[in-house]
Write a protein of this length. Structure first.
Length: 469
């Protein structure tokens, strides 16, 4: 996937051209907007141009619906437009992401009662990023309906959905975070180039030096064949995947935010040291933050939130997390992953209400939270339920552990331990780097890129994990 993977030569060449032209056109919004839209469509359609048609169709439908909502004096018409837009968005998502899964499940159920396999099985290619731009579209029309943002022009909505730094794996950007920036001309002299480069380099290191290395050396071999590995290797693979998915996804987000900064735009933060969380609720305030708030504002609160009693609150938490799991993919492993988080969050809420005077030691709260998260990651990573249960059953197995080397252990521990470093340390490091002479900056960045290239080797950069969602 060369055109949609940031740390590749192909993307670097693409971005150099886009950056230079964007810099030149930035003071002229009427020219910059169509340029960046075309560039984003080229980026997205590099693999399959038909994906662009889906994106354009989504933009057209949601723009028209938002305009009807904004202009119609009839509440009935406004509500119908909202329902129609959401039905279209969810229909698009379900067709490409869930139809094959549901057909196969129905086929298995019919076959189990002796009715054969009467349903035709379908293989539908999943467009990269469809979950992200669909959720953005839903949040846009809902926010217009609620009066939290005003309806935008077709061109602005198209850029909101297609802006290539966040298109394929987030962050999930709300209209009121990007549209006001689109309405204000950018000043090339005010571009935050230093912070942008710092984020891009940091994300590059997370992806190539940590995430891909852990995947190749411990995570993929063990998850591909759990029964062939010892308990220590299995535990290392579980902890290793926790480190891998954090570095992979937050690395992508860092690069996306950094690229947007170089183009003059700020995207929302998506991670805040999640493995320091002392509860599952705290974890979801820190992990994939833009998805967490989407689920809260457009699913949990509309379901009733915590306003209708304890039982309804637990139900709403569980439904939200189960649907959040299903959002990640059409598989029972993702549903169980969501169910573990929903169940744990419900237990936490019950415990706080039941034992109001009790305060768990911070170290114990962290230990429990981290291992519940890791337990859920087993199902998230496993290709099927059998593999997940094989992984859990293998944790206590004996035998040699040649895959658990000192460098692998170091990468796992360092990924978690470095999250304890305060944010102002990284801000000072960023300030130090951007205040060095240009030659020194170039040497430092060049050295980091060489290290990353050495880590990649002949294997190439693996696709980001969240491309499949």
């Amino acid at each position: 996937m060369p055109a949609v993977s940031f740390p590749t030569i192909e993307f670097a060449a693409f971005f150099v051209v886009v950056f230079i032209l964007s810099w030149a056109l930035m003071p002229h919004p009427r020219a910059w907007r169509p340029f960046i839209l075309v560039a984003s469509y080229v980026f997205y359609g590099w693999i399959d141009w038909r994906w662009v048609l889906l994106l354009v169709g989504s933009t057209l439908v949601n723009t028209v619906a938002a305009q009807v909502i904004a202009r119609s004096p009839s509440q009935t018409a406004r509500k119908r437009a909202l329902i129609a837009a959401i039905a279209f968005d969810l229909g698009l998502l379900c067709t490409f992401k869930y139809l094959s899964f549901f057909v196969s499940q129905c086929d298995d159920a019919l076959d189990s009662i002796g009715l054969g396999s009467p349903l035709p099985l379908m293989q539908i290619v999943l467009p990269i990023g469809i979950s992200f731009f669909t959720f953005q579209a839903i949040s846009y029309v809902v926010d217009v309906y609620r009066g939290e943002t005003r309806a935008a022009s077709l061109g602005d909505v198209a850029i909101l959905q297609a802006f290539f730094p966040h298109l394929v794996a987030g962050p999930i950007v709300r209209a009121n975070e990007l549209l006001p920036q689109l309405r204000t001309p950018r000043d090339p002299r005010a571009v935050l180039a230093g912070p942008g480069l710092f984020l891009i380099v940091g994300g590059f290191i997370k992806k190539t030096v940590v995430a891909d290395e852990l995947a190749r050396k411990i995570v993929d071999p063990v998850f591909n064949d759990p029964s062939s590995h010892s308990g220590l290797e299995t535990l290392a693979a579980i902890y290793g995947f926790a480190a891998q998915i954090y570095c992979d996804f937050s690395g992508y987000t860092d690069m996306a935010i950094g690229l947007a900064l170089l183009l003059g735009y700020q995207l929302p933060q998506n991670f805040n040291r999640p493995y320091l969380a002392l509860s599952l609720q705290d974890f979801w305030r820190r992990w994939h933050m833009t998805l967490s708030r989407w689920l809260r504002d457009y699913l949990y609160i509309p379901l009733g939130g915590n306003r209708k009693g304890r039982a309804a609150t637990y139900r709403n938490i569980m439904l939200t997390m189960l649907l959040g799991g299903l959002w990640h993919g059409a598989a029972w492993t993702f549903v169980i992953w969501g169910g573990i988080h929903g169940g744990a969050m419900s237990i936490e809420r019950w415990g706080r209400a039941r034992f109001q005077g009790f305060r768990m030691p911070a170290w114990l709260a962290w230990l429990i939270t981290f291992h519940v998260v890791c337990l859920a990651w087993v199902f998230f990573r496993s290709p099927d339920l059998r593999t997940a249960f094989d992984m859990l059953g293998q944790v206590f197995a004996g035998g040699p552990s040649p895959l658990l080397t000192l460098p692998i252990a170091f990468l796992i521990v360092a990924t978690v331990a470095l999250q304890a470093v305060r944010g102002d340390f990284w801000e000072r490091a960023e300030t130090w780097l951007v205040t060095r002479p240009v030659v020194a900056q170039g040497i430092a960045i060049g050295a980091i890129l060489v290290i990353g290239d050495a880590a990649v080797g002949q294997n190439g950069v693996a696709p980001f994990i969240y491309f499949q969602f």
